[in-house]
Design a protein around this ligand. Structure first.
Ligand SMILES: *[C@@H]1O[C@H](CO)[C@@H](O)[C@H](O)[C@H]1NC(C)=O
Ligand SMILES: *[C@@H]1O[C@H](CO)[C@@H](O)[C@H](O)[C@H]1NC(C)=O
Ligand SMILES: *[C@@H]1O[C@H](CO)[C@@H](O)[C@H](O)[C@H]1NC(C)=O
Ligand SMILES: *[C@@H]1O[C@H](CO)[C@@H](O)[C@H](O)[C@H]1NC(C)=O
Ligand SMILES: *[C@@H]1O[C@H](CO)[C@@H](O)[C@H](O)[C@H]1NC(C)=O
Ligand SMILES: *[C@@H]1O[C@H](CO)[C@@H](O)[C@H](O)[C@H]1NC(C)=O
Ligand SMILES: *[C@@H]1O[C@H](CO)[C@@H](O)[C@H](O)[C@H]1NC(C)=O
Ligand SMILES: *[C@@H]1O[C@H](CO)[C@@H](O)[C@H](O)[C@H]1NC(C)=O
Ligand SMILES: *[C@@H]1O[C@H](CO)[C@@H](O)[C@H](O)[C@H]1NC(C)=O
Length: 766
């Protein structure tokens, strides 16, 4: 089994959104209103009628009437509406009013503007080709490009009767565009339109149609149909396929164009609410709102309701790495996905006139350009300036030539300067080539290592008429090391609940090839934009749909597994070694990463099918956890929609498949975890505990042998972790040691592994 195979398909970049508080005008704003349905007066037949009646009863001194936007049926009991301060005051006096939050916004982070390039995807038949069949994956994103070949439905069975979704017509989107693959498409823009957003072509469409390419990319990554010969400008031919190629897709468009990409909390809640009503089995969200306490975060609130219905929700962890405490979507009922690299690389080969051939460097230049025996110029230009810096080079020297820039003395990729002087292309000597994204390659250049750069420099200096050949468009398979933790991938601890390790797991998120909106140019080459049906993107946005695709495979094979069981299966079977058999590296530092970078490790779909044991969690456990976090009764009611609950069992020790020991600014601590394992095999089995620990960490497991009678039989264990860091008194940003607890099946093959991490991680409450 080649572990990266499933991921060679798609790549591109994604985006994650953050949120800012509404800066909307003076008095009139959109609010999300939480109500206690048990306080609904008898005469009303539905809570929707109650809300409408309430709004129409409001006195409006300034003549501005309240505007109802959405009534929520699943994600929360309540509604959203545009209200004045006076309305708000009246609302707060009503019985049954629980809480009101002003609208917040999420946008996509485009650190790497999507540019793209083709890439070769060789896969044969999908292992166990029926995986994912009849799972419905809801994607909340920028919309979808339904004409993409990735959404063709050849050979798919009719849409299941249980599906209650719809394909909404709208601007440049006809409901007849849905099929047996794309079975739902809806758009949620009321709040943004109410606020004054003009959703108009060609920037965006007031319909489920994708205005950007992002939603098309994430959808096809999760469940695109196989497309033979997916390629870009005739090269990088291969079969592109989603992770769950037979699963169905339903698009819930919640991100819209407003200079960048924006999503309103009330629209996002409406999208999740509808996805639950429609009957999706899984959801993926590649966007985020700021990490407030959970009751204020629309994704956390919506995902709780989904979890209770057995819907698996995966979310991007954020693109705010590489520093700690940058996790988005860190609620423990969400599966939070970090991004890793894959074993594909894009390259160009440089051959020098002195016979040194095929110096390989990084390049993603998207055209098949012939560079043969072109003069080579050393871009030191004016010695009083930095090499290749702005205006340092005289166009007379460099026009039409390949310019070599020695970045040991400079530091950036000066492609603007290369364009200014009319260079035919460039060779940059730099060790930061791995950080370049396809969008950086709008002119033909190659980034070579400083060691190789020295060969080029030496040749130029010693040669009277140096010349060079460059061959672009090389796709390297089996690049090493891979995976690495992507530099941008957000890192733990989670600010709001640091006792739960986040991210949960790593999935592919760098230079992923997937379907694209075919009218969106990405990379400007000269005066025109290249158009493509498949594009390369990077981001945790790309990682989440990989994980939801894997989850669809698992749920298809094990329909009775809870979302927590699915996540546990992924986490306890994740791998920790890269394709050089070394530890997974952090791309930023070039040293071994930690579980705060990659969670339980890298997702391993085939192993996750058969985990042996799972750590399961029920809705009540999450309530006990919120109680343990000292959430108020009001906060818990909002998240759980329960008018009554008890905190008698308050407990921060969720039955999670990873362990966090919080040091609280001391250098010694001891903590006992109590966990329950569930056998998911049909057979009787026995497992032995073993631990792998760093110095300073001691662990005892009681009992250290557990046995199971049959399927769903359970066994409890206690694990006490003692940390003694000796003189190494941790700093407040200390991110500590980590080890592993592993359960080995006696006379069997199952291995159930969990990270144990110690860190100083205060809960951030405001
Ligand atoms: C939608 O497609 C159907 C079938 O192709 C066609 O008959 C109908 O006119 C289309 N509607 C719109 C609004 O374009
Ligand atoms: C669009 O973005 C601008 C700039 O961020 C913001 O001021 C404006 O309120 C946004 N419009 C809508 C409708 O959200
Ligand atoms: C919305 O944008 C379109 C296209 O730019 C323009 O024609 C239209 O007048 C705008 N509408 C409003 C209400 O601003
Ligand atoms: C080199 O740079 C210096 C300082 O910017 C400038 O005075 C000089 O004219 C430049 N020489 C050439 C040949 O461009
Ligand atoms: C919750 O409150 C109790 C009592 O004040 C306190 O002991 C405990 O540390 C608090 N828990 C958290 C997670 O802050
Ligand atoms: C953590 O440290 C704070 C301040 O030093 C203290 O108030 C709190 O009780 C400690 N919590 C635990 C669990 O030791
Ligand atoms: C775990 O520890 C608790 C007390 O701390 C004890 O009651 C329980 O029996 C222990 N469980 C096991 C499986 O040893
Ligand atoms: C940390 O450990 C050292 C050596 O055991 C001890 O001297 C020191 O007091 C400890 N510091 C704290 C804050 O516990
Ligand atoms: C494992 O196999 C050995 C040798 O066949 C046997 O003695 C032992 O009882 C088995 N253990 C379990 C837990 O089945």
């Amino acid at each position: 089994m080649e572990h990266v195979t499933p991921f060679k398909l798609l790549c591109l970049l994604l985006v994650l959104s953050t949120v800012t508080t509404s800066s909307m005008s003076e008095d009139i704003r959109t609010y999300i209103v939480h109500m206690d349905k048990s306080a609904m007066p008898i005469p009303f037949s539905s809570h929707h009628d109650w809300y409408l009646s309430t709004l129409s009863s409001f006195y409006s001194p300034d003549g501005i009437l309240p505007t109802h936007l959405y009534t929520y049926n699943h994600v929360l009991d309540g509604f959203s509406a545009v209200l004045s301060q006076s309305h708000l005051d009246q609302l707060e006096k009503m019985s049954g009013h629980l809480a009101t939050y002003p609208e917040t916004f999420g946008t996509i982070h485009t650190t790497h503007t999507p540019k793209f390039l083709g890439l070769e995807n060789n896969f044969g038949s999908w292992p166990g080709g029926n995986f994912g069949e009849d799972m419905v994956i809801g994607i909340l994103d920028t919309g979808i490009w339904p004409e993409s070949e990735s959404f063709q439905d050849k050979g798919m069975a009719p849409v299941p009767d249980r599906w209650r979704g719809a394909c909404e017509s709208g601007v440049e989107f006809n409901s007849s565009l849905c099929n047996r693959k794309l079975i739902g498409a809806r758009s949620f823009s009321k709040a943004l339109k109410q606020r004054g957003l003009n959703i108009s072509t060609p920037d965006d469409y007031d319909s489920p149609r994708d205005f950007y390419g992002h939603g098309t990319h994430t959808s096809s990554t999760a469940a695109g149909s196989p497309v033979a010969d997916a390629n870009y400008f005739g090269y990088a031919k291969g079969t592109a396929t989603g992770i769950a190629p037979k699963a169905r897709l339903a698009m819930y468009k919640v991100l819209f164009y407003n200079d960048t990409y924006e999503s309103a909390a009330s629209d996002t809640l409406a999208g999740i609410d509808q996805a639950i009503a429609d009957g999706v089995d899984l959801m993926s969200l590649s966007l985020g709102f700021s990490e407030t306490t959970f009751e204020e975060n629309p994704i956390a609130v919506g995902a709780f309701a989904a979890m209770e219905k057995g819907i698996f929700v995966s979310c991007s962890a954020g693109n705010s790495g590489p520093h700690g405490y940058t996790i988005f979507n860190g609620a423990p009922w969400i599966t939070t996905i970090g991004a890793g690299t894959i074993d594909l690389d894009y390259a160009a080969d440089v051959s020098l006139g002195n016979g040194i051939l095929n110096i390989r460097g990084k390049s993603v230049y998207p055209e098949d350009l012939l560079i043969s025996q072109v003069p080579l110029y050393f871009g030191h230009g004016n010695r009083s300036k930095e090499l290749c810096e702005d205006n340092a080079i005289d166009p007379k020297d460099a026009a039409g030539k390949i310019v070599f820039c020695d970045f040991s003395e400079s530091g950036g990729i000066q492609s603007d300067e290369m364009e200014r002087v009319g260079a035919a292309g460039a060779i940059f000597s730099t060790d930061s080539g791995i950080f370049l994204s396809p969008s950086d390659f709008y002119m033909p250049f190659v980034a070579v290592s400083p060691k190789d750069g020295d060969l080029v420099k030496d040749y130029i200096i010693k040669s009277e008429n140096p010349v060079v050949d460059i061959k672009f468009q090389i796709t390297v398979l089996g690049a090493k090391p891979a995976p690495m933790v992507a530099w941008f991938s957000s890192r733990g601890p989670s600010r709001r609940a640091p006792m739960i390790l986040k991210p949960d797991i790593l999935a592919p998120g760098v230079d992923i090839l997937a379907a694209w909106a075919s009218n969106r140019g990405i990379t400007p080459i000269g005066d025109y934009y290249l158009l493509t049906n498949y594009a390369l993107l990077s981001g945790t946005s790309m990682a989440s749909p990989h994980a939801v695709g894997v989850a669809a495979l698992l749920k298809s094979a094990h329909p009775d597994w809870s979302p927590a069981a699915v996540r546990s299966a992924m986490m306890t079977t994740a791998y920790l070694l890269d394709n050089t058999q070394g530890p997974i590296m952090d791309m930023t530092t070039g040293v071994a990463g930690t579980p705060l970078d990659f969670g339980a490790g890298h997702i391993n779909p085939n192993m996750a099918m058969d985990p042996g044991l799972v750590y399961d969690i029920e809705a009540q456990d999450y309530i006990n956890f919120l109680c343990g976090l000292n959430y108020t009764s009001k906060q818990i009611k909002i998240i759980t929609r329960r008018s009554k609950f008890s905190c008698d069992q308050a407990n921060l020790d969720l039955n999670y498949p990873s362990f966090m020991v919080l040091l609280n600014n001391t250098n010694t601590t001891s903590y006992t975890f109590k966990r329950v394992l569930t056998n998911v095999e049909n057979t009787h089995s026995v497992y032995h505990a073993s631990v792998k620990l760093p110095s300073g960490m001691k662990v005892s497991v009681q009992p250290s042998v557990v046995s199971f009678a049959g399927k769903y039989s359970k066994a409890e264990f206690n694990m006490t972790v003692e940390i003694n860091l000796g003189d190494a008194r941790p700093q407040s940003d200390y991110i500590g040691n980590f080890g592993y607890l592993t359960w080995w099946e006696a006379n069997g093959t199952h291995v159930v592994s969990s990270p144990i991490v110690s860190a100083i991680a205060p809960i951030i409450r405001t």
